[in-house]
Design a protein around this ligand. Structure first.
Ligand code: NAD
Length: 499
């Protein structure tokens, strides 16, 4: 069956190209999909443009749009087991993690449907200060959206864009990562089953440089919402500048996890592991910078290294596995190079730093949980994201120093502070320039709370009411109900003659 979805039809790539998708846990081909090129992308953009311009979706009442998004949530729930399996095979993550992801996807669709029903697409009337004039702000759909997503949370990242775009009344072209397209295909089939009009949702599969790049350039696209790496984000922003598209970017992070000596030691330790090693560190908000108070450094890091060494690696369906492989051999090579460079610049390798020896894991792209001690902010390994299971460790002596270190990053996505002193927790959290800050916790996020970054972690926010506003254009209409002459220009010239 063809896997591109354009104008309500399942079609093959015009050039006839295909791509094998392999499971990173064992290298086995799990599906073969069509590989689009620019011609396919342009067809998808044309379909989305037509569907937007004739109002087949944008002019439906928001309650109807929201009802369809609710229906999609029901269908996602119905198919949750199959979708989770697809996600686990494409990404190599544990099945149970993929199951959590699908539950989060359902919550996201339900949240935005609810927001639509509750008036999230309604505008407002503003006081003109003039009894003869009425002024209102309408929140119109932003138009044709290009939705470009990464491989680490394929369906979840897509849902943060697709659900609000649909509720807002937009049409879109979704371009998931070429490495993990399975669940996006499934999502399209559910949108079709739910009764979405043809052309509103379009799916393009393929490499970023060929299938993705036209999306940021084409003048028929009004908005690009991108989640992925910093370098790609910059390129997309630059391409979009030529036609002054709206751009929403969710990029990476090098996120500080600050632990004070008075924190609950066991909770902070356990969560420091989850912060960085969940999904083998392939999480944009991973707590990959441990910043620990000097007085507990030795005890904390020794215990952390002991636990990191015990983490069991394995494939999606291995009941003993605690985390899985990296996404690809290319990515594993990058992580290896990052660790080698860190050691060369003076980091002390406490554990990991290489692929595992276990022959049962030899066919997968695994990398051992890695701790790099004695780091400082001038080191590249502290500043740059590895997007792998690599923790750098820094120390501090005072609260001010902890904040200074936490903010010494060109990113600004997320961070955490661990302390039993409530006032200090609020002071430090308040001073951290990051889009999300956790106090005595790591990783929870909510569909109703904005997500995004300060600094080079991105532009704009997903989730929460702002996540819907990304897909809306506010429009001001001013109406004079007692029209009359303004009297600004004279009706006669200086000599009194008629004009
Ligand atoms: P990536 O930038 O390589 O690719 C992301 C997507 O962009 C893919 O679909 C890819 O095909 C596409 N793409 C690549 N070049 C393109 C181009 N020139 N034009 C249009 N599209 C193009 O990122 P990745 O490797 O898939 O994901 C990892 C990165 O994503 C990490 O840096 C991570 O921090 C980031 N990320 C951020 C968040 C967040 O919420 N901030 C969430 C997940 C991942």
């Amino acid at each position: 069956m063809p896997t591109l979805y354009i104008d309500g039809e399942w079609v093959a790539a015009q050039g006839g190209g295909t791509r094998d998708i392999t499971c990173p846990a064992d290298g086995v081909v799990v599906r073969t999909v069509d590989e689009a090129t620019a011609v396919d992308t342009e067809r998808a953009i044309a379909a989305a443009r037509r569907a937007f311009d004739d109002g087949r979706w944008s002019e439906r009442p928001v309650t109807e749009r929201a009802a369809l998004v609710q229906r999609v949530a029901d269908l996602l729930e119905r198919d949750a087991a199959e979708i989770a399996r697809t996600e686990a095979l494409d990404t190599g993550k544990r099945l149970v993690e993929a199951e959590y992801d699908v539950a989060d996807v359902v919550r996201c669709f339900r949240y935005f449907a609810g927001l639509g029903v509750a008036g999230g697409t309604g505008g407002r009337v503003v006081d003109t200060g003039n009894p003869s004039a009425i002024s209102r702000i309408d929140l119109l759909p932003a138009g044709v959206c290009a939705l470009i997503t990464p491989w680490n949370y394929p369906l979840l990242q897509a849902s943060w864009k697709v659900a609000p775009a649909l509720v807002a009344g937009c049409t879109f072209v979704l371009k998931p990562s070429e490495l993990t397209p399975g669940t996006a295909i499934h999502l399209m089939s559910l949108l079709e089953e739910a009764g979405l009009p043809a052309g509103v949702a379009n799916l393009i599969l393929g490499a970023g440089a060929t299938a993705g790049a036209p999306l940021a350039v084409d003048p028929r696209v009004d908005l690009v919402s991108f989640t992925g790496g910093l370098v790609t984000g910059r390129a997309i922003m630059a391409s979009a500048a030529a036609t002054v598209k709206r751009v929403a970017l969710e990029l990476g992070g090098k996120n500080p996890n600050i632990v004070f000596a008075d924190a609950d030691f066991d909770a902070a330790l356990d969560n420091a592991l989850t912060a960085v090693f969940l999904h083998s560190g392939q999480v944009c908000s991973a707590g990959a910078r441990l910043i620990v108070e000097e007085s507990i450094h030795d005890a904390f890091v020794d215990a952390l290294v002991r636990r990191a060494e015990r983490i069991t690696l394995g494939g999606p369906f291995d009941p003993d596995a605690e985390t899985g492989p990296l996404i690809s051999e290319a990515h594993r090579s990058k992580v290896q190079a990052y660790v080698d460079a860190a050691v060369a610049e003076g980091a002390v390798l406490r554990c990991g730093g290489r692929p595992p020896d276990d022959p049962r894991l030899a066919a997968g792209t695994y990398f051992l949980p890695t701790v790099l001690d004695r780091c400082h902010t001038r080191m590249t390994c502290v500043q740059d994201e590895s997007f792998g299971p690599v923790l750098t460790v820094e120390t501090f002596r005072t609260e001010d120093e902890a904040v200074e270190l936490g903010n010494d990053t060109y990113y600004g996505l997320a961070g955490a502070v661990w302390t039993n002193d409530g006032s200090r927790a609020e002071r430090v959290a308040g001073a951290l320039r990051h889009g999300t800050v956790w106090i005595n916790d790591y990783h929870p996020y909510l569909p109703q709370a904005e997500w995004g970054g300060f600094g080079q972690s991105g532009v704009g926010r997903e989730l929460g009411p702002t996540g819907l506003a990304e897909y809306q254009e506010p429009k001001h209409t001013y109406r004079n109900i007692r029209p009359g002459v303004s009297g600004w220009f004279r009706e006669t010239d200086r000599r009194g003659a008629d004009q």
